[in-house]
Design a protein around this ligand. Structure first.
Ligand SMILES: NC(=O)c1ccc[n+]([C@@H]2O[C@H](COP(=O)([O-])OP(=O)(O)OC[C@H]3O[C@@H](n4cnc5c(N)ncnc54)[C@H](OP(=O)(O)O)[C@@H]3O)[C@@H](O)[C@H]2O)c1
Length: 284
């Protein structure tokens, strides 16, 4: 039985492939990627797969039984791109699609839901058996800018006292592998989030505690925060989107206390402090 992984050369996809190897028979993992050169170090079969090239997708999916569709990163294009993949999967006879969606996509004000929900619908409407992994925030969304936080002496945001139930990217990768390698997950929609919940002020305090530096949380009006993000070089529409996600977090949209993720992976999710520690170590 062959398992196809899209986005396999991305950060989540690489973790999934690493964890899947050894759990499934050799030669049964297929990395479905835009650039097969970039996939060489994965050590598995790689096939060209660009969500924007619908005419090529059916051929690349030949013989694939189960497909992990990792959502793309081209904001605004993804509903169409993912639908291209679902249509091709139907034609190619894929028997099961696992899709990485967004936490509480059904009622979240996080703008990303606008692309994840239509994808979920396309998958469900296709009639192909499915599992939806509604992934919460990666803790790395915060810690990837820890160097900037140290330089500024502050965490900036617009999340107020909003609680983040984030988990490490590796925790979400493990969940995908569990689902792909076990039975009983078909037809399920899982809301996946970290065991631990924290505000951005608590996140700032964690960095302060680990570094001995004074790091405050500065809560800003959304337009000011977007301007700061733009000043760091982000395109305006991305800066506005990111700042807007904080506003959604302030309304509780990134909070979840179901512990579905830790139940699925059979262990507690990675604590925020550990992800912070790793991010600080990577700066050295
Ligand atoms: N839960 C969260 O907090 C969170 C945070 C960020 C992103 N996400 C979502 O989760 C996904 C995986 O996360 P990640 O950290 O692995 O993101 P990532 O490192 O940016 O990886 C995205 C992957 O999507 C692939 N991709 C983009 N456009 C494509 C296209 N047109 N055709 C085929 N593949 C395409 C990329 O291919 P290349 O390798 O060729 O670039 C890459 O492998 C993201 O794409 C995004 O949808 C979730």
């Amino acid at each position: 039985m062959k398992t196809g992984i899209t986005g396999a050369t991305g950060q989540l996809g690489r973790l999934v492939i690493g964890k899947l190897k050894g759990k499934v028979a050799d030669g049964t993992i297929v990395a479905l990627v835009r650039n097969t050169e970039k996939a060489k170090d994965l050590g598995v079969e790689a096939r060209e797969f660009d969500y924007n090239k619908p005419e090529t997708l059916v051929e690349s999916l030949k013989g694939i039984d189960q497909l992990l569709l990792i959502s793309g990163n081209d904001m605004g294009q993804r509903a169409k791109q993912h639908t291209n993949v679902v249509n091709a999967a139907k034609q190619a006879g894929v028997k099961w699609i696992v899709y990485t969606s967004l936490l509480h996509a059904g009622n979240s004000t996080v703008s990303l839901a606008e692309e994840h929900l239509p994808t979920e619908k396309a998958i469900i409407d296709s009639g192909i058996p499915y599992t939806i992994l509604r992934n919460g925030w990666y803790t790395e969304n915060h810690t990837s800018s820890v160097g900037g936080v140290l330089a500024a002496g502050a965490v900036f945001g617009s999340a107020g006292n909003g609680k983040f139930s984030s988990a490490a990217r590796a925790d979400f990768a493990e969940a995908a592998v569990v689902v792909l390698t076990e039975t009983g997950h078909e037809g399920k929609i899982y809301e996946l989030a970290g065991d631990e919940t924290y505000t951005l002020a608590e996140y700032a305090a964690e960095i302060a505690g680990q570094t001995g530096k004074s790091i405050d949380y500065k809560n800003l009006p959304v337009s000011e925060y977007a301007k700061i993000l733009e000043s760091f070089g982000l395109p305006g529409f991305i800066a506005e989107a990111i700042a807007g996600w904080d506003v959604s977090a302030s309304k509780g949209d990134l909070f979840d206390d179901s512990h579905t993720l830790s139940k699925l992976i059979g262990r507690p999710t990675t604590p925020m402090s550990e992800v912070v520690k790793n991010a600080l170590a990577a700066l050295k």
